[in-house]
Design a protein around this ligand. Structure first.
Ligand code: SF4
Length: 293
């Protein structure tokens, strides 16, 4: 491999619970009940993070293969911030163990006080934002039970707050191009927010094969936003399959299987250890490296 990724990224989906209900949501682990999520058991999230640090921050076969220098824990969900103080404690623990840290959040709970607490600990703040149109947001399901959504104005306020609190941090926006928003133009929003990275992800039919768009629809979206410049990262389905290293809320590695077929899961990491659990799922290290080059 000619170019090594600087960081290995482990996506820890800390909970399945979310205040939004996006039609395409990938974060469903049907046979792993929410009542068994690790954060519900005292000390288990700390134990999991410690096990991951002992394995991935020490010499190991994946490091030999990828040549990574550091490891970033990306907190994801569901919506990790629904966990409030438990999420903040996990973030603090990850930092103390020597991980870089990031989150992908729908931004809903990033009020001033919370942002002030978490921003300095986040090397990267990732906000998922699919649309500047409230009706489209409701159609996608990107709003809560009271029909509150993340407006472009609020996104800009959060972005400015993060920049002020953590000038060295990276701001990323993730947009899932899906059947409801593929016609939209987000250039004005992106120009106002000025993220370091704007990822255009093509909707991935993990659980529901109806959530697809055509090549032409995706390409049209990407072309429409070309002028946003170098910050744009295009991630088509092929680049996404099996190129993410993911841990589910019960502390199992998992991977997407065939479209519409859900997930392949390892045994619980805290039961069999990181090395054995990791050997039980497919992971395409070359595809991972290509995404981070
Ligand atoms: S905001 Fe994310 S986790 Fe929540 S429903 Fe939408 S896609 Fe799923």
């Amino acid at each position: 491999m000619s170019t090594f990724p600087k960081n290995l990224v482990i996506n820890f989906h800390m909970t399945e619970v979310c205040n939004y209900r996006c039609a395409y949501c990938y974060a469903k682990w049907h046979d792993d009940p929410q009542s068994n999520e690790l954060h519900r058991q005292e000390g288990k999230v700390d134990e999991l993070l410690t096990s991951l640090a002992e394995h991935f921050l020490s010499p190991n076969p994946l490091q030999d293969q990828l040549g990574y220098q550091g490891v970033r824990i990306n907190f994801a969900g569901g919506e990790p911030m629904v966990l409030g103080k438990q999420f903040i404690a996990a973030l603090r623990k990850a930092k103390a163990l020597g991980f870089s840290t990031s989150i992908i959040t729908n931004g809903h709970f990033l009020h001033e006080d919370t942002l002030a607490e978490v921003a300095p600990m986040l090397d990267m703040l990732g906000i998922s934002f699919d649309t500047a149109d409230e009706l489209i947001a409701h159609s996608i399901g990107r709003s809560d039970r009271r029909r509150q959504w993340l407006s472009p104005a609020r996104l800009a306020t959060i972005a400015a707050g993060y920049r002020a609190l953590n000038p060295a941090g990276t701001l990323k926006i993730n947009t899932v191009v899906n059947p409801f928003n593929w016609r939209e133009n987000l250039l004005a929003v992106i120009e106002a927010v000025r993220p370091d990275k704007w990822k255009l992800l093509r909707v991935l039919p993990v659980h529901d094969v109806r959530q697809v768009i055509t090549d032409e629809q995706y390409d049209a979206y990407v072309t429409r936003h070309h002028s946003a410049g170098a910050m744009v990262v295009v991630e088509d389905n092929e680049a996404m399959w099996q190129s993410y290293l993911m841990v589910n809320p019960l502390g199992r590695f998992y991977q997407n299987s065939a479209p519409g077929q859900g997930h392949i899961k390892s045994d619980p990491i805290l039961k069999v250890g990181v090395a054995r659990a990791f050997s039980q799922i497919p992971f395409n290290a070359d595809a991972f490296a290509r995404r981070y080059r």
